[in-house]
Ligand binder design. Structure first.
Ligand SMILES: *[C@@H]1O[C@H](CO)[C@@H](O)[C@H](O)[C@H]1NC(C)=O
Ligand SMILES: *[C@@H]1O[C@H](CO)[C@@H](O)[C@H](O)[C@H]1NC(C)=O
Ligand SMILES: *[C@@H]1O[C@H](CO)[C@@H](O)[C@H](O)[C@H]1NC(C)=O
Ligand SMILES: *[C@@H]1O[C@H](CO)[C@@H](O)[C@H](O)[C@H]1NC(C)=O
Ligand SMILES: *[C@@H]1O[C@H](CO)[C@@H](O)[C@H](O)[C@H]1NC(C)=O
Ligand SMILES: *[C@@H]1O[C@H](CO)[C@@H](O)[C@H](O)[C@H]1NC(C)=O
Length: 497
């Protein structure tokens, strides 16, 4: 009754508060983060998943074991004690299955005209009758089942799945006795047909719900952070609930690359981008400029672009003061006998990534310090300059990973400071540095990037014929997938749809 006591003024304040929280709600909706990575599964992908799924289900059903059961029934005023054991499913067939997307909800899977053959041993004892036993075959046919799975995002950004609806219709259950009298036959067939139907009606949907709950628990355990190498990790958490359309499902992932151990978000956010409206591949992966930019920042912070070239590293040329004879005699005069030279290269800002329709490029700005190592191991400074290396990034997908390798296009060098002035020879120094970068530095960076970025992927699947298309601001990888059965078998599962 407290509201009766509030003055009109308080009421106004309450309204204002409500209005504020309403605005905040709207605002937070608009602030919903854009994804750095997008995954789309098409109808083609869903159909492949269904084929594999049904085949796996078949294998699982055939391997399933069942407890035996005993009981007592009255039959024509006679008490019968019986035991059914050794229950096994000998054959199962799913001639008609289909899977489709249900916009706004999830995925529907239906099975029609399914059949199964079950065999078991029976044993019974009735008053005034001797013990009897034998085998039975149960044929189930015309089984129709429809299950709707709801997909969502849990509070930790993982995919969650639950059974929204499950329907089961069984048309026929027939029991055949391999031996036994007609009395036993009429008792067992009537009793078993009813019992099996009740058991299936009661348990099949429950069982599926339970299995999906187990799967959901597995999904919740999936790591949303994927380790790339010693330097960086990717955050694959969902930024919003999966969106289901008639022809596909979209998953929006955070797609931020962090330096290992520091999950401070980068000082920039993803720009919105869209995947193409195509359905001829099973899977479309959209990689934003943001993803690559955060990777560049992470690797920069990890010091991947800081490289010191020494004589040991420079295997294709002799990195000694003798090289100065060729282009900076003003420096060479200081060193009559050859001494080792050190080139210390440092990136001074995170390399700038650019995705354009004609390709991906990376511009590394930094500086170089050149030193001579004297016989008593003292390091003597010679000169410093600024560097801008323009590289083209070659993107390939190998083994479920996006691999980036750099190719030097152009190097610009400007002298900042030197022990001897040599402004006339700057372009010669630039040529030499360009050669050193191409032959030593870029291979070292490529080696560090060589582990590649693991792409979001399902367990035991490999990407088939992935194609990369680079657009302004993002790239799209379209690919089919292939399921590899546990245990290393590479062959496709033989299945019919
Ligand atoms: C993580 O990185 C941010 C940005 O560079 C920095 O400000 C912060 O101090 C770092 N935190 C740790 C624990 O290293
Ligand atoms: C890279 O080198 C520069 C200059 O020596 C240094 O300031 C910076 O801390 C280095 N970065 C890392 C991550 O080691
Ligand atoms: C470097 O110099 C040494 C002798 O000073 C020579 O034996 C070697 O072949 C040279 N290496 C290259 C790659 O030029
Ligand atoms: C190393 O040798 C150089 C030149 O010979 C000399 O100037 C310097 O003082 C020496 N340094 C040490 C630590 O001996
Ligand atoms: C060299 O690079 C630094 C840092 O990127 C920049 O501040 C400076 O202006 C550059 N100097 C020249 C001469 O280009
Ligand atoms: C890009 O990388 C692939 C695989 O490593 C290689 O075959 C191809 O030649 C490279 N392309 C360029 C332009 O370097």
């Amino acid at each position: 009754m407290w509201y009766l006591q509030t003055s009109p003024c308080d009421k106004g304040e309450k309204m204002l508060k409500m209005w504020y929280s309403f605005l905040l709600c709207l605002l937070s909706l608009q602030l919903d983060a854009n994804p750095g990575l997008k995954v789309r599964i098409t109808q083609k992908g869903l159909d492949y998943g269904r084929r594999i799924g049904m085949e796996l289900l078949k294998q699982a059903i055939l391997k399933e074991t069942f407890p035996s059961w005993t009981g007592q029934e009255s039959f024509s005023f006679v008490k019968v004690n019986y035991k059914i054991s050794g229950l096994r499913i000998n054959a199962v067939d799913f001639p008609e299955t289909s899977a489709s997307f249900i916009p706004g909800t999830g995925i529907s899977l239906s099975v029609a005209r399914a059949s199964a053959t079950i065999s078991a041993d029976w044993r019974m004892k009735a008053w005034l009758l001797s013990r009897d036993q034998g085998g039975i075959t149960v044929s189930i046919s015309g089984l129709f089942m429809a299950v709707v799975f709801e997909v969502s995002r849990d509070s930790t950004g993982r995919l969650s799945m639950l059974v929204h609806n499950c329907q089961l219709i069984i048309n026929s259950i027939k029991v055949k006795l391999n031996e036994g009298s007609s009395w036993v036959y009429s008792f067992l067939s009537g009793y078993l047909e009813k019992t099996i139907k009740t058991k299936l009606d009661k348990n099949l949907c429950l069982n599926i719900k339970y299995k999906i709950q187990m799967m959901d628990a597995q999904l919740r355990k999936l790591k949303v952070l994927s380790q790339i190498d010693a330097f960086a990790q990717i955050d694959y958490s969902l930024v919003s609930s999966p969106t289901v359309f008639k022809s596909h499902i979209n998953l929006d992932l955070k797609g931020t690359v962090y330096p290992v151990g520091n999950h401070t978000d980068p000082p920039f956010v993803p720009a919105p981008f869209a995947l193409p409206n195509q359905g001829d591949s099973m899977l479309y992966l959209g990689v934003s400029n943001y993803f690559l930019k955060s990777a560049s920042l992470a690797y920069y912070r990890a010091g991947v672009f800081n490289i010191t070239i020494s004589q040991e590293l420079a295997t294709s040329f002799n990195l000694t003061t003798a090289i100065f004879n060729d282009f900076v005699p003003q420096i060479a005069v200081y060193y009559i006998t050859a001494h080792p030279v050190l080139l210390k290269l440092m990136a001074t800002s995170p390399p700038a990534v650019s995705l354009q329709a004609d390709g991906c490029s990376l511009q590394i700005t930094g500086c170089v310090d050149v030193f001579v190592v004297l016989p008593n191991s003292t390091i003597q400074y010679i000169f410093t300059g600024n560097l801008t290396a323009s590289t083209r990034a070659n993107l390939t997908v190998t083994k479920q990973k996006l691999i980036i390798s750099l190719l030097l296009k152009r190097l610009q060098f400007s002298l900042l400071h030197s022990i001897a002035s040599f402004s006339e020879q700057v372009s010669l120094v630039e040529n030499f540095l360009s050669y050193a970068l191409q032959s030593v530095v870029i291979p070292v960076i490529n080696d560090k990037l060589g582990k590649g970025f693991p792409l979001p992927n399902l367990a035991h699947t490999i990407l088939i014929r992935p194609v990369i298309k680079i657009n302004q601001g993002h790239l799209v990888i379209s690919t089919d997938v292939h399921y590899k059965q546990k245990g290393g078998g590479d062959e496709d599962l033989h299945s019919h749809s």
